[in-house]
Design a protein around this ligand. Structure first.
Ligand code: 13P
Length: 263
């Protein structure tokens, strides 16, 4: 049975001075058997969050929000996967804000994914269409192309052993308060697994957790987790609010128990 995962993407919020307290508060309010929790702060707050969680709840994993596609070299301002050793065990790759702000392409994202897997970081690969693409009926084609572009050169067995997670984040739902419906997210999750199947992933396609992201709150998380094909959420704005995270993870705990993960 696939993991149930709630990942917090803090984006460009918090500082090393306040991130540890926020991580501790969120951790202590989200203890739910069977739910995998991940907090992804900015790079500069990784150490503070790691240290705070070691005290309050070592079960909460720490993730980075990005990683470079090379291992080292003349890349001013960048962070390579081996540098994250001891700081993070997860990493987000291909977030739409990086596709937008840093012009990341699917091919580049595929190289980031490779560096993450080699370094033993558990990747969350983000995919999702723009509003105009959905309105033109092209959402699944766009996501399929993103998956092919990022995953074509990957051995499915390596991605499976690295326990790749895919986050479906429709761009028009991010930070807008306008979430997708559970039915739309579920249909896309099925399409994503079909794309993985077409890439030769076989049974690994079914074993790959798929998260929904885009204006997730404690009020709408139930709609997504009611869908058996959805395995959790990648949460942005609401992840900075402990009350919201408590509600989201509590709902994820119900799904974890229903899946027999609560042990
Ligand atoms: P919001 O939850 O703020 O819409 O952000 C979603 C997201 O981009 C998570 O990676």
């Amino acid at each position: 049975m696939r993991d149930v995962i709630v990942a917090a993407n803090w984006k460009m919020h918090t500082t090393p001075a306040d991130a540890g307290d926020l991580a501790s508060t969120v951790a202590s309010r989200t203890r739910e058997a069977g739910v995998t929790r991940v907090i992804c702060p900015p790079y500069v707050a990784l150490a503070a969050v790691r240290d705070a969680l070691a005290e309050t709840d070592p079960d909460v994993a720490v993730g980075a929000q990005n990683v470079h596609h090379e291992l080292a070299g003349a890349h001013t301002g960048e962070i390579a996967a081996p540098m994250l050793a001891g700081l993070a065990s997860w990493v987000i790759v291909g977030h739409s804000e990086r596709r937008r702000d840093a012009a990341e392409t699917d091919e580049l994202i595929g190289r980031k994914l490779a560096r993450a897997l080699e370094a033993g970081l558990r990747p969350i690969l983000c995919v999702g269409e723009q509003l105009a693409e959905r309105e033109a009926g092209r959402a699944t084609d766009v996501v399929d192309a993103q998956l092919r572009g990022a995953l074509a050169d990957h051995d499915p067995a390596a991605a499976a052993s690295g326990r790749l997670v895919i986050a479906y984040e429709p761009v028009w739902a991010i930070g807008t308060g306008r979430n997708a419906t559970g039915a739309d997210a579920s249909a896309m999750a099925d399409a994503i697994r079909a794309s993985l199947g077409a890439l030769g992933w076989g049974e690994t396609a079914d074993a790959t957790p798929i998260l929904y992201g885009g204006s997730v709150t404690s009020a709408n998380i139930g709609e997504f987790l009611a869908e058996p094909s959805i395995d959790g959420a990648l949460v942005g704005g609401a992840s900075l609010k402990p009350d919201e995270m408590a509600g989201i993870v509590a709902r994820a705990g119900i799904t974890a128990r229903a899946r027999g993960l609560a042990g």
